[in-house]
Design a protein around this ligand. Structure first.
Ligand SMILES: [Zn+2]
Length: 293
């Protein structure tokens, strides 16, 4: 299963545009061709789950990377991060010193391999066997392919001069935890979810998943690992966003042939290993019931 999903990762590296023929429910007279953009990030998708159980392959490099200073990141992340930092500045009166420094963004498979090998060498020079050194290295550095920095959707930021847990206690760290979701980011490894993510508390590690997903995960206190099960149990999940719009979020194995006639802004993104979709649309009434296949 793991091998199959690993191969799947390697295979789907292209953006998808799915054209769906949509028949109006009223009379089947008008046939409207609706274009649904699947947010693909070159196959990774904004909700791609990457961890030691779901690593990316060596050849995976997103084609959506842009340069931001000395770093590279997905273009959507760059736009969202700019909005986030501007908002921090504007709300500075409330939160004190909020100057964020960007430490890390996209990290290639090769770079992860070097960092991991460096750490193993460090433990070997301390007298550990190669096997022990590898096990110790894995406690603090993700093995190659297991870092979601390879998607271009993750950022490490801090205002304390270092990436440390103390950052979470600063005004900037607290502001991020309370507001990052407004811009599509989640604190990917929160203190309360270490048992789920199997990663230590990292208040500095932001992951872009887009809205409304970041807003829902924030409101419902969900880690990315928990999001699919939550949606499966609450499908369709109707969410009122900060702008007051009602949005329907559904997880499904297959995109439907027809869409609700009053749905607008339909979008879909792969979840996890790409076998499922998460479909989002804005609805004009929140009373409708729409069943996905
Ligand atoms: Zn990170």
């Amino acid at each position: 299963m793991r091998k199959a999903s690993y191969l799947y990762n390697c295979m789907i590296r292209y953006a998808y545009t799915i054209r769906v023929a949509c028949l109006t429910a009223a009379a089947l007279i008008f046939c409207v061709l609706t274009t649904v953009q699947v947010h693909a990030n070159d196959g990774a998708g904004l909700l791609w789950l990457v961890n030691t159980d779901h690593p990316l392959c060596e050849g995976f490099e997103p084609r959506t990377l842009v340069d931001v200073g000395n770093h590279r990141m997905d273009g959507k992340v760059a736009d969202a991060y700019e909005k986030l930092t501007a908002a921090m500045q504007a709300e500075k009166a409330e939160a004190g010193d909020q100057t964020l420094y960007l430490y890390s963004a996209y990290r290639s498979y090769g770079r992860q391999k070097d960092l991991f090998a460096e750490r193993i060498r460090h433990y070997i020079t301390q007298g550990y066997s190669r096997k022990e050194a590898r096990e110790r290295a894995a406690q603090s550095v993700q093995p190659p392919g297991a870092s979601e920095h390879q998607t271009g959707l993750a950022l490490d930021v801090s205002s304390t001069g270092a990436l440390n847990q103390a950052f979470g206690e600063t005004p900037a760290g607290e502001w991020l935890a309370a507001n990052a979701h407004r811009f599509g980011f989640i604190i990917r490894y929160p203190q309360s979810k270490t048992h789920t993510t199997n990663i230590i508390y990292e208040p500095w590690h932001l992951r872009y998943v887009g809205t409304p997903h970041a807003e829902i995960m924030h409101a419902r206190d969900l880690a990315l690992e928990e999001y699919a099960d939550f949606l499966a149990a609450h499908t369709p999940f109707i969410f009122q966003n900060a702008a007051g719009e009602f949005q329907s979020v559904t997880i499904c194995d297959k995109l439907p042939d027809e869409w609700p006639p009053d749905a607008i802004n339909i979008s879909a993104t792969h979840y996890g290993q790409g076998a499922r979709y998460i479909v989002t649309y804005t609805i004009t009434t929140h009373t409708q019931i729409f069943t996905f296949p």
